[in-house]
Design a protein around this ligand. Structure first.
Ligand code: F6P
Length: 321
């Protein structure tokens, strides 16, 4: 393997820069040339590709976002569009591609490895949602989790001062990990996640019982995959007459300097992706399971259903009485 490329795709996440840095430095260490593809798959189609050097990733490990930019690229589902991308890689003699992103991005990588004559692809899980099979954690999840916890702690101060119920809407797309982990860590009274059917009447009863016991405020963490915070407020009003406020944390969850955990994870996964390319692997994604680096075929990743830790959900429920 003499030349590889790296791109970031889908929603950005804190730690993507640290992952790119690891790919670039590990490859150069092994005398492999590295090319950066700007704007994800869009840059692959538009030939927005540049050679990266050691210095290209200097002063980068601590930065949020991705200096290669990211984009969603629905047109990459078209075979003719992918042919253009393959042409742009082949004309440079690029034999390996590292795709940092979510499982939508992995699908593009899988297609490329099938359709190009001589291209290995490896996925690196980069998303705040923690919704990718084959890894316990995705790059960016820990930072986003800490951002949410910090916000909920602040909201709790004002909830307590005004004796209000706050509904905090968090990201996660169809997965409840961000809501579950942040709800547990911030001591939320109620956690709504897509993996467990919500009973709004029961939640209203719980709030009422708490108020009857003299509880002054309540925090509900609602995953966006269940419903919006505003919808949740409307639903609650059908069963209980309380003063509620809604706070949608939005894209603040995607920004910020990556946590120590995310920097280490990104560095380990980025380095391992290059190792896999060097040993001839393709159409696989790297991950971390029980603190060990692992790799899983894209096919296997797509087949499995995302799940949450039910014991953890039960515990959060038990601790919030
Ligand atoms: O996948 C990351 C994520 O932030 C999700 O949590 C969220 O649903 C989505 O991206 C938002 O996407 P966009 O930034 O394109 O609005």
């Amino acid at each position: 393997m003499k030349k590889i490329a790296v791109l970031t795709s889908g929603g950005d996440s804190p730690g993507m820069n640290a992952a790119i840095r690891a790919v670039v430095r590990k490859a150069i260490y092994h005398d492999i040339e590295v090319y950066g593809v700007y704007q994800g798959y869009l840059g692959l189609i538009n030939d927005n590709i540049e050679k990266l050097e050691l210095g290209s990733v200097g002063d980068m490990i601590q930065r949020g976002g991705t200096f290669l930019y990211s984009a969603r690229c629905p047109e990459f589902k078209e075979k003719e569009v992918r042919a253009k991308a393959i042409e742009n890689l082949e004309k440079r003699g690029i034999e390996g591609l590292v795709v940092i992103g979510g499982d939508g991005s992995y699908r593009g990588a899988q297609r490329l490895s099938e359709e190009a004559k001589n291209l290995q692809t490896i996925g690196v899980p980069g998303t705040i949602d923690n919704d990718i099979n084959g890894t316990d954690f995705t790059i960016g999840f820990d930072t986003a989790l800490n951002t949410i916890i910090e916000s909920v702690d602040k909201i709790r101060d004002t909830a307590s001062s005004h004796e209000r119920t706050f509904i905090i809407e968090v990201m996660g797309r169809d997965a409840g990990d961000l809501a579950l982990w942040s709800g547990l860590a911030a001591g939320a009274e109620t956690i709504l996640i897509p993996e467990v059917k919500a009973d709004i009447e029961e939640i209203a009863e719980k709030i009422q019982q708490g108020m009857d016991r003299g509880k002054k405020h309540s925090i509900i963490v609602c995953a966006e995959g269940v419903m919006s915070g505003n919808q949740c407020g409307e639903e609650l009003k059908k069963f209980i007459n309380i003063d509620t406020r809604v706070s949608c944390l939005g894209h603040i969850q995607r920004g910020g300097t990556p946590s120590g955990m995310d920097r280490v994870l990104a560095s380990r996964l980025g380095g391992y992706a290059v190792e896999l390319l060097m040993q001839g692997d393709s159409a696989k994604a790297v991950g971390i399971q029980q603190n060990k680096l692992t790799c899983t075929h894209f096919d296997e990743i797509f087949q499995a259903e995302h799940s949450i830790d039910n014991k953890m959900y039960e515990l959060a429920h038990q601790l919030s009485i």
